[in-house]
Design a protein around this ligand. Structure first.
Ligand code: DMJ
Length: 474
């Protein structure tokens, strides 16, 4: 997701009004134009932060290359690594996830190291079950975004080969909902008990693949799955989060905007934005209307999205997963900036209380129900989208705090790690850098703090995994 015009307009207007050149306008604070001196101080601060993000990326990448290149995820405390999809079957997940981030940051030597590994080593002829959703958003999305950025045909060849293997998960189902796992070599599918995110987070990767190869099978399969799920919505226009891939029947009654539903809603909006498919926009508007009518609760002046019974609208839970904080940005992009802003404010209160956000909270007490933090990007993602939509500097400040907290708590000997308990002092560290870290928050921070010359801010698309599928300025 993510796209907007206002920010670019603000910068141009302020730059022109203040008699600034392009460089002078870089760090402008659009919503509250400050006097010249403090504007350039502000500008320097944002440039410095962007440089810090770039340096941290370069340093962490060097460690990954030295200790784990080709493996899926570095364990940055012990200096070892682990695979993400299947034991003993590395696919260089972190390298693939990092490619477009390195390109956007103009870290071209580092990018070449990643590309060179991909060219010489990456193959999907693997006799093991791979999770279809994760393989799509991380590996297929990573290859497609790299292709979009650097234009190398080999990247599209690899993406097409992988897309064909993933397609089997859809075509094997009698109703077109993908199984959760597919064996990449044999095509054997398993795990039909699935959920909204895992049946409906394909349309932009598969859409880009269809556009770039001229083969409509991918986008057709992705849309068919979304339609099957959408048409099973309740009379309240709500959707339970668990569904069966062979029957299309719901497996529970609970509606949530968090996992495992989250990116299903995101991809309705994103599919419309990237591909211009009006059905998807209609489906998005219908479901968001259902959510805003039945799934929003004000609690002590803050706005949250409780779990509700999809058929009665009754509230069944008041837990909130950190992953749901992305919804603030989605709402803003979809046109409800006020609601998105209020939801981001709620999460900012959690950041004020804990520093690093816990994985899950009870919003009636703002207490941590799940005390770890998997080095998550969603708060920074929401801040970036709201910054683009409003030009309000408050979102850059929140992203800056998120970045500074991450450096304080997660930086270890060989990179950045997850936290196993954010409530201890100091925070208790784990030993893993998830693949999405390379694709998401580093990129969101950087793009929020600086006007990156390789991004078309006025017309771009970043996927749920932060992969750039539109808007590369080559
Ligand atoms: C990422 O893999 C994607 O953003 C996904 O949609 C859900 N969240 C994880 C990171 O937290």
């Amino acid at each position: 997701m993510r796209i907007s015009l206002p920010r670019r307009r603000f910068l141009t207007t302020l730059g022109a009004a203040a008699g600034l050149g392009a460089a002078g306008a870089l760090g402008a604070t659009p919503a509250h134009a400050a006097p010249m001196a403090s504007t350039s101080q502000t500008s320097r601060r944002w440039r410095r932060l962007a440089d810090d993000v770039r340096e941290e990326t370069r340093w962490a990448w060097r460690n990954y290359v030295e200790l784990a290149l080709g493996h899926d995820q570095i364990k940055p405390v012990s200096g070892t690594y682990e695979e993400f999809f299947a034991p003993g079957q590395p696919v260089g997940l972190s390298a693939v996830e990092a490619l477009d981030t390195l390109w956007l940051m103009e870290l071209d030597d580092e990018l070449e190291q990643g590309l060179s590994w991909v060219r010489s080593n990456l193959s999907f002829d693997i006799d093991a079950p791979f999770q279809v959703f994760e393989t799509n958003i991380r590996m297929l999305g990573g290859l497609l975004s790299a292709y979009h950025c650097v234009g190398e045909p080999r990247l599209l060849e690899l993406a097409t080969d992988l897309g064909d293997r993933l397609l089997t998960a859809f075509t094997s189902s009698p109703v077109g909902l993908p199984y959760r796992y597919v064996n990449l070599r044999t095509g054997e599918v398993t795990n039909p008990d699935t959920n909204l995110a895992e049946v409906g987070t394909y349309i932009t990767e598969f859409g880009a693949l269809s556009q770039w190869t001229g083969d409509p099978r991918y986008v057709d399969a992705a849309k068919r799955a979304m339609r099957v799920a959408y048409e099973a919505r309740s009379d309240l226009d709500l959707m339970p989060h668990d569904i069966h891939a062979e029957t299309g029947e719901w497996r529970n009654r609970v509606a949530t905007v968090g996992p495992p539903a989250d990116s299903f809603y995101e991809y309705l909006y994103d599919g419309w934005k990237l591909l211009g498919d009006d059905d998807l926009r209609t489906w998005y508007d219908t479901l968001i209307a259902g959510i805003t009518a039945h799934q929003v609760e004000e609690y002590e002046g803050r706005l949250w999205f409780p779990q509700v019974d999809a058929f009665t609208g009754e509230i069944t839970g008041r837990s909130q997963s950190e992953l749901a904080s992305f919804f603030s940005g989605l709402l803003a992009e979809g046109g409800d900036v006020a609601l998105g802003a209020r939801y981001h404010d709620s999460w900012n209160a959690v950041q004020d209380k804990f520093g690093v956000l816990p994985e899950g909270i009870d919003y009636t007490t703002l207490s941590a129900e799940s005390k770890g933090n998997q080095l998550r990007p969603e708060f920074a993602d929401g801040a970036f989208s709201l910054w683009l939509a409003t030009g309000d500097d408050v979102y850059r400040q929140r992203a800056a705090r998120h970045f500074e907290l991450m450096v304080e708590t997660s930086k270890v000997a060989h990179g950045y790690t997850i936290i196993s308990d954010v409530t201890t002092t100091p925070a208790t560290r784990g030993d893993l850098c998830p693949g999405y870290w390379w694709s998401e928050q580093l990129k969101y921070y950087y793009l929020t703090f600086v006007d990156a010359p390789r991004l078309d801010y006025a017309d771009h698309y970043l996927s749920t995994e932060g992969n750039l599928l539109k808007g590369a300025r080559r």
